[in-house]
Design a protein around this ligand. Structure first.
Ligand SMILES: [Zn+2]
Length: 127
């Protein structure tokens, strides 16, 4: 009885060795070169944003606004998709009232209250 069992297991072992070759595990794309980076797998808007960050541009106004002195030589830059934009000036740091005025394309304009200079620059939407 024990000899039969031994024989069966020997036959099975021989059959499995002679059988079809084991199927290799599927090779996934990331196993060849590691895990793809965000830049490699980004698409659409995310890809545009990553590219913009690399080039230093800020088409979606995601970065902190730059500070300007507000003088004639260094006016506050106001981007606009049209030829005018309404601007709110907090003339002094602790002011609770905002002075609103229209800024038009062309030369820099001054705030009617404090005299800070503002200049409108054309801005294109990224999409
Ligand atoms: Zn002002």
């Amino acid at each position: 009885m024990a000899a039969r069992l031994l024989l069966r297991s020997a036959v099975r072992a021989a059959a499995s060795r002679a059988g079809p070759a084991p199927v290799p595990a599927l090779i996934r794309g990331m196993s060849a070169g590691g895990i793809p980076t965000d830049e490699e797998q980004a698409t659409g808007m995310e890809k545009k944003i990553i590219h913009a960050m690399k080039t230093g541009s800020d088409p979606f106004s995601m970065l902190r606004p730059k500070e300007y002195a507000g003088t004639k030589q260094d006016p506050h830059i106001v981007p606009s998709i049209t030829d005018k934009r309404i601007v709110g000036c907090i003339c002094e740091e602790d002011n609770t009232a905002v002075v609103w005025f229209w800024l038009h394309q062309g030369e820099a304009q001054r705030c009617p209250s404090c005299g800070s200079h503002y200049k409108l620059v054309p801005h294109e939407l990224p999409h």
